[in-house]
Design a protein. Sequence first.
Length: 479
Amino acid sequence: MRLLLVLSMVLGSVHAREWKSADGSKKMEAVFVAVQGEELALHMAGKTSIFPLMAFAGDDQQFAKNAHAITETATKLGPQSFELVHPVEDGSGWICRLALKIDPKAGGPKLFTGEVFFLLTKDVAAYQKGQRVENQPLFGAGGRTYHPLVGDPSMLRAYAIEVEQATQAWMDIMATAGDDPAKQAPNVLEPDVKIATRHGWGVVIGKSGLVAIDPEMVKKDFKSLVIHHEGKDYPAAPYVPKDKDGSEIKVSDVQLVLCKVPMEVARIGARKPVEVGQNVFAISYELSSGKKSFSTKATVTRGIISRLGAHGSFQHDARLPPENLGGFLIGEKGDVLGFFFQTQTSGGNAKKQTAIDKPTIEGLGSCVSTQAIAGMLTRLPGQSAPRSGAAFEDMEAHAKTLLASSVLVMSTFEIHQPRQIRVPKAAGPAVPTPVGGGPLPTGWSLSKSGIRHNAKCHYYNAQNPCQAVDGRPCKVCGG
């Protein structure tokens, strides 16, 4: 019965470990189950088998004994429920908080306000902030010194969901630390994360809310993407255009998104291909003071098409005010030849940027050809080439008409500020210190009466180090 209980705990995950024979001639993949006297139970090929412990290499024997002790402790602890608070800076795991039952006898709802601990993970991206895990066995992986953004460092228990990972992590730490208690609880840092916002311009180019925006808005680090229209935020999702045969359709310097924003498709169909030297007008839009709309008065500047690029792009020399988020390039007869983006970033100590690609020749602006957009749309199911707009002699009037199909795009992303732990300048071996200064509390100690104290306890004695599970916890510091 005992073996079945242990087996159910360690086989919650099926990641096997490589085991070597004593003479090194044989290797096999298996999941650790338990050590029973001088025998080792391993699970492989769907069944549990018993082997003589001495038949394995010395390091595997030690690993098995350590894994057995860790499994025994996890069995006594029992399955736990916890909430993931945030990942640590180096991506090695998550800071978590245990759940406490309001009424343990009734088995009622839980409050995730219990002990804070460190969860060692193989893939930090496999979890999400605020995610809750129910009835999960936790295997001890030593301790960690946790550095929060606010407050002093503290000692945390470390766990892993797999006994193999917990055992290997603990053994690696002990091998590195040796007899130095200062190294037996490695540092983990709360990441210093700031939320920044990108503001950009976009244009509705197709049916069902197909919108063209700046690729800068949806870099891999973006967290949210919305289109703001008439006081409302409409969620948007990146869209990859594909031909009927499933191949991706590429258009330079543009990202397509789908959004259920209630707006008409822009009339931006161009009648003729652009030519180098052609006179053009750049119509660009500035963000309003409240950053929730565009100024109704557009900026109109004049220039020429300077050079043609690949995949539907070209460059022009019309002056573009850096505070304007984007706009259209218009021919002398009022047809829309292309559009451009100048995304701005704010918040999170982010440096203000623009998303115009660095031109080949200094002073040129990059533009997406509307003819390239039209060619792409005709290849997409349910879409059609954009219609041409009416001819306008007054560019300001034309700018107001085009503004009706322009959208304000906003995305958020995280900026991670690297954190460092300073070390004192005094002679001798370097001892880590927290960001705020002062000695770093390290490890646990065990008194002669068998009581365990953490490093911040008045009774802590670094000369008598112990592990986080040794002895009885001190009632003053909690051990």
